[in-house]
Design a protein around this ligand. Structure first.
Ligand SMILES: Cc1ncc(COP(=O)(O)O)c(C=O)c1O
Length: 351
């Protein structure tokens, strides 16, 4: 009864992290919503939300607010239940029956996982470990030799944190219009740079963003895609009716209305990230690990003791992620970062 190729897939299980832990494993914002926003949501839930009615299926006010935030017309926006849902929709409209996808490893795992669930071939090329930029010669070979329908490009990349290089952007810009280029800007609020203005010249490009990171709404599962209207229409055709709960759509709308407050802590977080980066860089040659600068809310490092370091931190109630052949550590609150720094130093002193 079941497709035999599903045998090769495993269930995606984000491991549960005990409450009161320093949760630095999923690149969420370390800060919950401010009380004023929580009160507004509670008021909406109690006095305005009609629980027995479906949401506004077109999400008109949210799409309008996102369009204003992204500085594009409203018909350049569609929304998803997290950007994960939009990744799947993009695969359905551009890759299914058309060809495979191209990703540069290490990168966000969901492109490959979702492609596999749809039976879409995944072509993986390496990055240059000096700065984690794409191996563009390998990318050109893949385009020449394989049937590539969609290229996934993450800016900045997860887990490595690097921003696009001029050579990468030149390469993306010369790709033929029949290949879809997905620019995933999940960490836009931290990186503070965008390729949205490029969409005018590139009808085959889509920018993906999420409310799960800088806008502090991971629990609500809201993502959006920005592209020229013909692409948005295609995505709308495959979108499930009412794909976002009313409360999530309202939460996202409130987040945009209060974005100045929500984003006010971003500079502090970036400062904390750079401080950790500098402290760890200074230790790296002594203890033989590698660390790279980051343009997002996490740091990536590689050591011969990845598992040992992860387990040691976990014993101290600090949860980080082992992925892409290294360790990805989200930046927490100043208190969490202080504890992280203390335990990180302790670990190296055990050698
Ligand atoms: C690069 C990238 N894209 C997309 C996502 C998924 O975001 P969402 O929570 O909107 O599904 C993540 C989450 O970690 C991510 O790192």
């Amino acid at each position: 009864m079941l497709r035999p190729d599903l045998e090769t897939l495993t269930v995606y299980s984000a491991h549960p992290v005990p409450p009161q832990s320093d949760k630095l494993d999923a690149n969420e914002s370390p800060l919950d919503l401010p009380p004023i926003l929580k009160e507004k949501l509670a008021h909406y839930l109690t006095h305005e939300l009609l629980s027995h009615r479906y949401p506004d299926g077109m999400y008109a006010s949210l799409r309008q607010a996102i369009a204003q935030y992204a500085e594009v017309p409203t018909d350049w926006i569609t929304i998803g239940n997290g950007s994960d849902e939009l990744i799947r929709s993009l695969l359905v409209v551009a890759a299914l029956t058309q060809g495979g996808i191209l990703v540069a490893e290490p990168t966000f795992s969901m492109y490959g996982i979702l492609a596999q669930t749809l039976g879409i071939p995944v072509h993986r090329i390496p990055r240059n470990p000096a700065d984690w930029s794409w191996d563009l010669a390998a990318a050109c070979r893949a385009i020449a030799q394989e049937q590539i329908a969609v290229v996934f490009f993450v800016s900045p990349n997860s887990p490595t944190g690097n921003a696009p290089t001029v050579a990468e952007l030149d390469w993306l810009r010369q790709l033929p219009p029949e290949i879809m280029v997905v620019i995933d800007e999940a960490y836009f609020e931290y990186a503070q740079t965008t390729l949205v203005p490029d969409l005018n010249q590139h009808p085959n490009w889509v920018v993906l963003r999420t409310f799960s990171k800088g806008l502090r709404l991971a629990a609500y599962r809201v993502g959006y895609a920005i592209a020229q209207p013909h692409l948005i229409t295609a995505l709308e055709k495959v979108r499930l009716p009412y794909n976002l709960p009313t409360i999530s759509a309202h939460g996202a709308l409130l987040a945009l209305q209060h974005r100045e407050e929500l984003l006010a802590d971003v500079p502090l977080l970036l400062q904390q990230r750079d401080r950790l980066y500098q402290a760890w860089s200074a230790l790296s040659s002594q203890f033989g690990f590698q660390i790279w600068p980051s343009h997002a809310n996490f740091l990536y490092l590689r050591t011969a003791h990845d598992q040992g370091l992860q387990e040691f931190l976990q014993q101290q109630n600090v949860w980080i992620r082992r992925t892409g052949g290294g360790l990805r550590i989200s930046i927490g609150t100043p208190e969490e970062n202080q504890r992280l720094q203390k335990h990180f130093t302790q670990f190296w002193q055990t050698f």
